[in-house]
Every structure is written in C-alpha cells, then in structure tokens.
Write a protein that binds this ligand. Structure first.
Ligand SMILES: Nc1nc2c(ncn2[C@@H]2O[C@H](COP(=O)(O)OP(=O)(O)O)[C@@H](O)[C@H]2O)c(=O)[nH]1
Ligand SMILES: [Mg+2]
Length: 221
C-alpha cells in the first residue's frame, strides 16, 4: 500500500467533519446552500448573476466565490447588491470545507435564504471534497464538447442537477445533445437537466423553477 493513502484518507475524513459542521450551521440559520462546479469559463459566474437578478426580489441571496486568485467574480456579484465573499485558494484546485467555513464566518447568515457557492473552475478535484451544502450542481457548456460526461465521470455522478450552458452557440459546434444526455444518464439516472443560455436567457426558467422549488421545499421541510 502506498504510504500516501492513509494521509489522503485522513485529509478527506477531517474535511467531512468540517462539512458536517458547515451543514449544521447553515441549517441553524435556515440557509439553503448550492455548490456550482464546472470547468473554467463554463459560465458559473454568469449563471449566478442571472439567478440573482431573477430571484433577489423574493429571496435573500449571498455568494461565496472560489478562485485561485483575484476578487473579480466577487466584485461582479457584489455589484448586484448581494453579500459576496471571495476565497482565494492560493493555488488549490478546489474549495474545501474549511474554506467554505471561513466564507460563512464573513456572511450575515441570519439574513440569508439562499447561499450560492462558486467552486474553483476544475472538472476533477471539486468532486472529492464535501462542503456541507444541500445541493451540488455541475455546469457544462457547449464549447467544451459533448463527450465530457464520458471523460470526467466522477463530477457527473454525484450531482443533483446538470446545466448545459451556452446553447446559443450550438450552431457553431459539433455538439450532439442526445449523446451528451446519454452519457449523463448512464452516470446519474434521472438527474435534473437544464440546457440553457446565460447570454440569451433561453431555458433559464427551467433552472430557476428547479432551484426555487428545492429552496421552498427546504424551508417548508
Ligand atoms: N455565448 C455565450 N457565452 C457565455 C454564456 N455564458 C457565459 N458566457 C461567456 O463565457 C465566458 C465565461 O463566463 P463566466 O461566467 O465568467 O464563467 P466561469 O469561469 O465558469 O465563472 C464569459 O466571456 C461569458 O460572457 C452563454 O450562455 N453563451
Ligand atoms: Mg467565475
């Protein structure tokens, strides 16, 4: 056995304990939390901005932004008038539960209904680290190609919804939605699936209805 294996297991189980503590904290404040994962440039921030604009009159929203460096995304979110915290991971390719905890420390949780977490752009590492959120969402996008579920299965397996963004550029790409969908279904049967465009707004209603439905069910449960 590799001497590295126990070390990795230790890190993951320590992370799981912190994730449970994050969940307890969110539940105590009745904050419904969603983690968005995707490659760099798939449209995580664009979907967050669209979601904020559509829902902020009905729900109190806050955002935790994860990136290797810079406050660019948090600045864009804050410009919408919602609380935003930027976590600079300093080179780490994913958020972990301790980073999310430091984000929670800096947010007014008692006056938040929906917390959106933008994970670091990466199609591999974020799948390994539980954060304590209530739902995990993967955003794929048309320019990445229709074979990504076949090549990056772990990310697709564990999520509660798959968004396919940038459908406005479908005519410019060889992208077979049925092939993509079959790959997703093989890994995660019945998962919620939302083809949409953050640019044109097409398909956004399906995503917003799902998200709001999950949020309502959580708050009524
Ligand atoms: N054509 C098109 N471009 C998009 C769409 N959504 C996002 N983009 C563009 O894709 C780039 C990356 O978007 P961003 O939201 O920053 O992605 P992130 O890195 O996943 O947060 C930006 O230039 C966006 O304007 C879309 O639906 N259609
Ligand atoms: Mg972003």
């Amino acid at each position: 056995m590799s001497p590295q294996v126990p070390v990795v297991e230790h890190i993951l189980s320590a992370n799981d304990r912190l994730a449970e503590a994050n969940r307890a904290r969110l539940d105590a404040a009745r904050v419904f939390a969603v983690n968005l994962m995707a490659s760099p440039g798939a449209g995580k921030t664009s979907l967050i901005l669209r979601t904020i604009r559509a829902l902020k009159d009905r729900w109190r929203i806050a955002v935790v932004e994860g990136d290797l460096a810079s406050t660019l995304d948090a600045d864009r979110v804050a410009a919408e008038g919602v609380p935003a915290v930027q976590i600079a991971t300093g080179g780490e390719c994913h958020l972990d539960a301790a980073m999310v905890r430091s984000g929670l420390d800096r947010l007014p949780l008692d006056s938040v209904d929906l917390l959106i977490v933008e994970n670091v752009g990466n199609l591999v590492c974020p799948a390994e680290f539980r954060l304590g959120v209530h739902r995990n969402v993967l955003i794929a996008s048309v320019p990445e190609g229709d074979d990504k579920p076949y090549k990056y299965p772990p990310m697709y397996r564990g999520v509660d919804a798959v968004v396919l963004n940038k459908i406005d550029v479908l005519p410019a790409f060889e992208f077979n939605i049925e092939y993509f969908r079959r790959g997703v279904e093989a890994l995660n049967p019945g998962v919620a699936f939302f083809p949409l465009s953050c640019k044109t707004g097409e398909g956004l209603d399906g995503w917003l209805d799902w998200l709001e439905g999950e949020l309502r069910a959580y708050r009524e449960g």
